[in-house]
Ligand binder design. Structure first.
Ligand SMILES: [Zn+2]
Length: 120
């Protein structure tokens, strides 16, 4: 039997756990809903993740925040120490019709988003 969390739902994190800003334990569904509400409430620069299938921008819990509409080429960029990292530009549109531009290492990785077009 899975234990019940403070949000009133069963623990769906497989033991990884999650707490909200007030320290209450919350399930993945509630965490993703909270992340989406935060995302939709903000028009500042946002930090999110690119889904493994490159179709959407998600919260760290995997909840969809915006749909990716275009992707640029993957660029290999060199670091001062002689290594390299990959960088890919994306565009995404969220549920409010706002368009975001971002850049990050690619699928399953982080992306920093900047608002480029306000919604309706
Ligand atoms: Zn919950």
């Amino acid at each position: 039997m899975s234990k019940q969390l403070d949000c009133g739902h069963a623990d769906d994190w497989n033991g990884a756990g999650c707490h909200d800003a007030n320290g209450k334990s919350i399930c993945k569904v509630c965490a993703n809903a909270a992340a989406l509400a935060d995302f939709n409430a903000s028009s500042e620069k946002q930090f999110a993740y690119v889904s493994g299938d490159l179709q959407s921008v998600t919260s760290w819990g995997g909840g969809v925040l915006a749909r990716i509409t275009s992707r640029g080429p993957v660029r290999k960029l060199h670091t001062p120490s002689g290594g390299f990292y990959e960088s890919q530009a994306i565009r995404a549109v969220d549920a409010l019709g706002r368009e975001w531009a971002g850049r990050g290492p690619g699928a399953g990785m982080y992306v920093r988003l900047t608002l480029v077009k306000a919604g309706m």
